[in-house]
Structure formats: C-alpha cells, structure tokens
Design a protein around this ligand. Structure first.
Ligand code: MG
Length: 249
C-alpha cells in the first residue's frame, strides 16, 4: 500500500541527505524542467541536500545536464549502466553491451510493429533503447515476456523501451555512488514515476522511497513507500517542500 507523502514521519525526512531522482516525468512537466523545479532544487541545495540525477536517457543527455544544471554534479544514465562526471570519461557500471545480440532480440520480440531505435543511440553504450511510440503497458509486457524467454531484460519508461543482458537497476548504481559520497543508504531518498524506477523503490534499500502521483496507475513489482499528491515536476517540488519543512525545527 503506497501512502501519501503527507503521512511520512517528519523525523524520517529530516535524516535524508541525498535524493536520487529520475528526470523524465519526475522533474519535468510536458517534457520540460520547469523553473519551479530548479528553484526548489536551489533551496534544498542551500540546506545541504545532494541530488543525484538517475535517468534512463543516454549518457550524452545526462552529461549535459550534470554539467549545466546549477546544482547538479554527477549523473547516472541508461538506467544505472553509466556514470557521468563532467571532465572525466564515462564510467561503465555494468558488463559491456552485446549490441548485435540485442538487435536480434529486438527484431524477434517486436512482431508486426518493429521497434524504432532511439535517436540518441550515438550517445548510448550501456543498453539498447527504442522509442516506446505510445505502446500500451500490456503490449510492452508481452514484449518483456518474449525478451525474458531469450534471457534478455526489457525495461521501459514513459518514453523508451530498453534491452540489456544485465538486469537494469537504477538503485544498484545509486548505492555505488552513495558509497563514494560516504552517504548511508538510510540517508537516501529516491523518487521516480515509472517502471524503470523500480530499482529505486526496492524494499530495504533506501531510507525513503517516493513515487510521483503517476505511480498509482502502474503495475509494479516494487512500489515506493510514499507518493506525492501532484504529478511529475509538481510532485518533485512537493517532495522538496516536505524535505525542507522537515529540516526546520
Ligand atoms: Mg521517468
């Protein structure tokens, strides 16, 4: 049972020092990051919250965000596969991608509606990604079943479908980064909006797990403990406001 964020005990939020956050559908509204999100981030940053971007998007996009967003530092791309630190080479956090094999599987599982490679393929090395093209969850679930029959993992977000031979897991990547930042898992909150955020919501991993209002209509293996009342970027601001409120005695 996912509970409203407003029920989250204040002391649990007060102990949070790091937020691992999805981007698309979580920090955005209609595909853009609103000014309100950047302002909320600035306020939280001032009070000491470290924000780690954890996206299913390509390394290229994640690196740009890590460099240019005012309070960003590192970013994890491709659903936990690559770590981007501006001015350093990208770090692969998973085994190398067997590209040809994944292309073959993509052809086989798509049926009569071929999967369309994402335009960002040139900047992506951790997984193979395709446009979701408005496929319903039921269609994607059927493709996931076919992929699993071939030993391939399929994961999806509101925009993309991803194939990999390693289990895609944003949460595992977050734990690796948190260790380098010397932040305990109990002091980490996570927030996301879609299926590819399940690793961020895995039970017993993190102190606080949150979904935006979108999570109520998803069928998930791992659900967040808490959900915001607002959707997308407005939900992200709702979480930050709650965190800021909990820092004040
Ligand atoms: Mg998302």
């Amino acid at each position: 049972m996912i509970q409203p964020l407003s029920h989250l005990p204040r002391h649990q939020l007060a102990a949070i020092r790091m937020l691992a956050t999805d981007i698309d559908g979580t920090m955005t509204i209609d595909g853009r990051m609103p000014l309100a999100v950047l302002e909320a981030w600035r306020d939280a940053h001032t009070l000491g919250l470290r924000v780690l971007l954890v996206t299913g998007r390509s390394s290229g996009e994640a690196l740009g965000l890590a460099r240019y967003l005012p309070h960003a530092s590192w970013a994890v791309a491709e659903n936990g596969a690559r770590l981007l630190i501006p001015d350093l080479p990208p770090e692969l956090l998973v085994p190398p991608r067997p590209t040809e094999h994944l292309r073959d599987v993509a052809l086989q599982i798509a049926g009569d509606k071929p999967l369309r490679p994402t335009a960002d393929a040139f900047a992506r090395e951790g997984d193979l990604a395709f446009e979701r093209d408005a496929r319903l969850d039921a269609e994607v679930l059927e493709m996931q079943r076919r992929a699993e029959d071939q030993g391939v993992f399929l994961i999806w977000s509101s925009v993309h479908i991803h194939l990999s031979t390693h289990p895609p897991d944003k949460g595992a990547a977050v734990l690796k980064i948190a260790e380098r930042w010397n932040i305990a898992p109990e002091a980490i909150a996570t927030i996301g909006d879609s299926h590819n955020d399940e690793g961020l919501w895995q039970p017993q991993r993190f102190g606080v797990t949150v979904g935006t209002a979108e999570v109520t209509r998803l069928q998930l293996r791992h659900t967040p403990m808490w959900k915001t009342q607002a959707h997308g970027g407005a939900g992200w601001c709702e979480f930050i406001a709650a965190w800021i409120g909990a820092q004040k005695n």
